[in-house]
Design a protein. Structure first.
Length: 430
């Protein structure tokens, strides 16, 4: 029976082991024991090669080589950078051709990120109790003429916004309100610029608050409670685009709309010219369809009206409708009974002239005569021929009650054969 590998390793020192045998033994016996290993340390010597990322994880007097294979990179929550202190989960890998030990990273986060997440959840809960996130969101303007952008000067986020707005809405004005994207100046400058951008003299229709991606520490200023409250209280529509798609800050929860990136924030508030042209074309088609329907209904109504007995001349029908329109306009302007009677007189005269010009059925003639009698009975001056007097105030309005006049009021008294002015001298007991 052949001896096991450990037996061979502990055999007589006079029987040297081959390098490959030793490394294969090391690989077989160490890799399974050091899987899903958690380490914490500082990142150094980051480099990329062949789509893979290599770096050293070190502390004061020790370092270990680490690698993130290209198939793993897209799945990581955080990509390590030089100088960062990180926590990794990794598998030990022995590379026999070179005799090197490497930690193959499968998970990475910033050291202390767990504390930040706990603090973030605590702040979010506190602001939810205050109702900061429960307000009604403001609607974004369809085609804003002027947009205010709160961003760091020279930053990639601002450049992305200017590039997108220049392409999609070249006629829109963009005002930049510079504010630090991180550090001690981040919160006070963003608060100041947010308040300034809302001033009426700038004339902004909508605001953007944008920042490029970064670590949770870099983005922490946008979780500040004072800044979050200011975003929620903003008087103008506000879109936030802080970090990348996987990043969500508290200002995103308080804004009117959250964008995954600064570029998407610019796309949200702009309408591309081609898209706008398609919208206009669609609206024109809809209006054309509606107008065709209206014209079709009018043609049907016209044909029905033209087939009725006694209506043979289209211009007469148009004239009648025009007079009816004038009557409705007079009713809207006021309900003066004398004016209404005058309008009915005009209508009656026109209708009577048409009756005299055309031969129509007796039933229709009787209808018009009845209408004339009804119009005459509505004339407020008809009782004057029977000895009554029509009393009008100085504005020519009928007085229907003694309560409506006072001593000294000037009146107009109208009889059937004339009118006289009068004045109230003293009241008369009834």
């Amino acid at each position: 029976m052949s001896p096991s590998i450990p037996d061979q390793l502990t055999s007589d020192l006079q029987a040297p082991l081959s390098v490959s045998f030793f490394l294969e033994h090391l690989k077989k016996n160490t890799e399974p024991r050091y899987r899903s290993l958690y380490l914490v340390g500082e990142v150094s010597a980051v480099k990329s090669s062949g789509g893979h990322l290599y770096f050293n994880l070190k502390e004061d007097n020790a370092a270990v080589s680490c690698a993130i294979w290209r198939t793993v990179l897209p799945t990581l929550k955080h990509i390590p950078k030089d100088g960062e202190r990180i926590i990794i989960q990794a598998n030990l890998s022995v590379y026999i051709p070179r005799g090197t030990l490497t930690l193959a990273v499968t998970y990475c986060e910033l050291a202390g990120q767990g504390d930040l997440q706990a603090k973030l959840k605590q702040l979010e809960a506190q602001l939810r109790i205050e109702g900061v996130f429960d307000r009604t969101r403001k609607e974004l303007p369809l085609s804003p003429k002027k947009v205010g952008v709160i961003a760091a000067l020279g930053g990639a986020a601002l450049q992305d916004v200017l590039r997108v707005t220049g392409r999609r809405a070249p006629g829109m004005d963009v005002l930049v309100f510079p504010a630090a994207a991180q550090g001690e100046r981040c919160v006070p400058e963003n608060l100041q610029m947010l308040e300034e951008a809302q001033q009426p003299h700038w004339g902004c229709d909508v605001l953007l608050m944008v920042r490029g991606g970064g670590s949770p520490e870099d983005l922490w200023g946008f979780n500040d409670p004072d800044l979050v409250r200011a975003v929620a209280a903003c008087r103008l529509p506000l879109v936030t685009g802080v970090g990348h798609e996987i990043d969500t800050t508290l200002v995103d929860l308080a804004s009117d709309q959250r964008a995954a990136t600064p570029s998407q924030a610019a796309e949200i508030i702009t309408t591309e010219r081609n898209e706008l042209s398609l919208q206009v074309f669609a609206q024109v088609q809809e209006l054309t369809r509606v107008m065709k329907e209206v014209i079709g209904r009018c043609e049907t109504e016209f044909n029905l009206l033209s087939d009725r007995d006694g209506l043979y001349v289209v211009p007469d029908r148009i004239t009648q409708l025009r007079h009816q329109l004038e009557i409705h306009q007079a009713r809207l302007a006021g309900r003066d009974p004398i004016r209404r009677v005058d309008l009915f007189k005009i209508q009656l005269t026109n209708q009577w002239q048409r009756l005299r010009q055309y031969t129509i059925r007796p039933a229709i003639k009787e209808r018009y005569l009845a209408l004339a009698t009804q119009m005459a009975s509505l004339n407020p001056e008809a009782p004057l021929s029977r000895g009554f007097v029509l009393t009008l105030d100085s504005q020519g309005r009928p007085i229907t009650s003694a309560k409506h006049v006072s001593i000294g009021d000037e009146l107009n008294l109208k009889w059937a054969d004339g009118a006289q002015a009068a004045q109230i001298i003293k009241p008369t007991k009834s």
